[in-house]
Design a protein around this ligand. Structure first.
Ligand SMILES: O=C(CO)[C@H](O)[C@H](O)COP(=O)(O)O
Ligand SMILES: [Fe+2]
Length: 234
């Protein structure tokens, strides 16, 4: 029997804001402190103006992540690397709609490789670009910053896009993930607009460390409470 679709608020710390010399311990620490998913930002210095890491790092992290590894590919091209990220143990593999001319084929290839496909949209990309991809994906990621760096300010114009996406998705079992500038101030807005998976880097890791992980717990709880309260109060 398959598990029912989880529409509850999920907090996905982005390890882009973690200590790069201690990724394994950082993943375990945020999971112990209440993280639902671990968000892994892969950047190639070509699709975005920054470089992080690749499938070997994901494979090394896999034993340190008990739950969901959510891999956000900010790379172009995507297709040559799909099998490597799937073999590395990614649960979700999200590719950008802007990363190449054949996103439909890319999403099919992610599913065929055994991972759950996601599609991400840059802030300047209209929501209609995913209309004909919804049958292929388990997740749509709305970027609320321009991808490439953590710690940027939330772009408020994306709230309309999230709400339009929520409408488009209807009762399909697709997560709406928000990535960029999510904190206790912005979490209520994205939750009300229809998001269920909230990526947060700076707002989770700020003030904490693997030797002081309780701060991660407080930060995660604050984002979650802000989002859940907004849903209760409408
Ligand atoms: O994909 C990303 C950047 O391209 C990151 O996931 C995102 O920026 C999270 O960091 P923060 O919460 O600090 O904005
Ligand atoms: Fe990301």
């Amino acid at each position: 029997m398959t598990a029912p679709f989880d529409r509850s608020i999920k907090i996905a710390p982005s390890i882009l804001a973690a200590d790069f010399a201690a990724f394994g311990a950082e993943c375990s620490a945020v999971e112990d402190q209440g993280a639902d998913w671990i968000h892994v930002d892969v950047m190639d210095g070509h699709f975005v103006p920054n470089i992080t890491f690749g499938p070997a790092m994901c494979a090394a992290l896999r034993p340190h992540i008990r739950g969901v590894m959510d891999v956000h590919l900010m790379i172009a091209p995507v297709d040559p690397y799909i099998d490597a990220f799937a073999k590395a143990g990614a649960d979700f593999i999200t590719a950008h709609v802007e990363a190449g001319p054949h996103i439909h084929r890319t999403l099919q290839a992610i599913r065929a490789a055994g991972a759950r496909p996601g599609v991400a949209l840059n802030p300047g990309t209209p929501v209609e670009t995913v209309a004909h991809l919804l049958d292929l994906v388990d997740l749509v990621c709305v970027m609320t910053v321009n991808p490439g760096f953590g710690g940027q300010s939330f772009i408020h114009s994306q709230l309309d896009k999230i709400a339009a996406l929520r409408e488009m998705i209807g009762d399909r079992e697709i997560h709406i993930e928000i990535d960029g500038g999510v904190d206790p101030m912005t979490a209520p807005m994205v939750a009300r607009a229809g998001a269920d998976a909230l990526v947060a880097g700076s707002a989770v890791f700020k003030g904490g460390s693997v030797s002081n992980p309780g701060v991660y717990g407080e930060n995660i709880a604050a984002i979650r409470a802000a989002a859940e309260d907004a849903l209760k109060t409408g």
